[in-house]
Write a protein that binds this ligand. Structure first.
Ligand SMILES: [Mn+2]
Length: 314
């Protein structure tokens, strides 16, 4: 019988993600959930360093099954098994101390490497999106070039120069491409629409061969087959799924550093995540990033984030 996670949390005072066993030392497990409590890469509106606490707290009231997509018709027998079927652990937070970007990136890379060495898949709870670079470096060392399914309002391929830094939360994609961590033919960005991006940023991504989709592209039925082809290609090798919560419209998830109007609805995003469940091999790493629970709408945003994390699992 599945334990009542809320009751268990009330009894212990602990809030591991989805009530999973807490296991701080890397060990041989199918997968681990890791918090990355860092927001030193945020340019504006900080708060993502508190994201892992809010996400874990929000995960306790929702069970371990993703919400069913169909109760009627032919889809009714496709109710997913979700986390209930998985033997994962919560590995706690990565010790990303708040004072150095480079140190935080190394901490993420080191901790993810240690778990990956034990054969674990990883789900990271952010934390600002720069931390994804540390996780990609770790998975690349184990698996080689990765396919990337990236949901975001922003392309994150900027240059940090104007801010006097090599890295901030809008630069990791460029670094990952330049470092050769990604297979560009298997890399797709979905939901891009931020008006601030520089034309140079888009040119860089296009030159690299990255597929990019705005919310309007997604709604164009004539492009549906192309979209499904792009998503399927991500998994023709080891794959990583990175979810920046600002891909959603601020109506659904306002507690992020840079909300951008015109985003996806929760239902649209969940639909876009379904092809993952048909991949022949599951993703090796995934993350849910940029939840900033110090900002307005934190509770609802955290709950949305927890449900989306569940949707990442078959
Ligand atoms: Mn991002």
């Amino acid at each position: 019988m599945t334990p009542d996670l809320l009751l268990q949390s009330l009894r212990t005072g602990l809030t591991p993600f989805l009530g999973l066993p807490l296991q701080l030392e890397p060990s041989e497990v199918p997968g681990v959930v890791l918090g990355a409590p860092f927001d030193g890469g945020v340019l504006n509106r900080p708060g993502a360093r508190m994201g892992p606490w809010a996400l874990r707290g929000a995960s306790l009231g929702i069970g371990r099954l993703p919400m069913p997509l169909r109760l009627q018709g032919n889809g009714a027998d496709e109710i997913p098994r979700g986390f209930a079927a998985l033997d994962w652990v919560d590995g706690g937070n990565i010790p990303t101390r708040p004072f150095s970007i480079e140190e935080a990136l190394s901490a993420v890379q080191g901790t993810v490497t240690a778990w990956v060495a034990q054969g674990a898949r990883t789900l990271m709870l952010g934390g600002d999106h720069l931390m994804t670079l540390g996780a990609l470096r770790a998975h690349w060392r184990k698996h080689g070039q990765l396919g990337l399914l990236h949901f975001d309002a922003h392309p994150d391929a900027g240059i940090g120069e104007a801010w006097g830094t090599a890295h901030h939360h809008g630069t990791w994609m460029r670094s990952a491409i330049e470092e050769g961590l990604l297979d560009p033919r298997r890399t797709v960005q979905i939901g891009l629409r931020a008006p601030r991006f520089e034309s140079e940023e888009l040119a860089f991504l296009a030159d690299a061969g990255i597929r990019m989709w705005t919310p309007w592209d997604l709604r164009d039925g004539r492009l549906a087959a192309q979209l499904q082809g792009d998503i399927a290609r991500v998994a023709q090798g080891p794959a990583y799924v990175s979810l920046d919560l600002d891909v959603l419209d601020p109506a659904y998830c306002p507690a992020v550093a840079e909300p951008v109007p015109g985003g996806l609805s929760v239902v649209e995003l969940i639909a876009l995540l379904q092809p993952i469940h048909r991949w022949s091999a599951p993703w090796v790493g995934a993350d849910v990033m940029e939840l900033a629970p110090t900002l307005e709408g934190a509770g609802d945003s955290a709950r949305v984030a927890a449900h989306l994390a569940l949707q990442l699992f078959p």
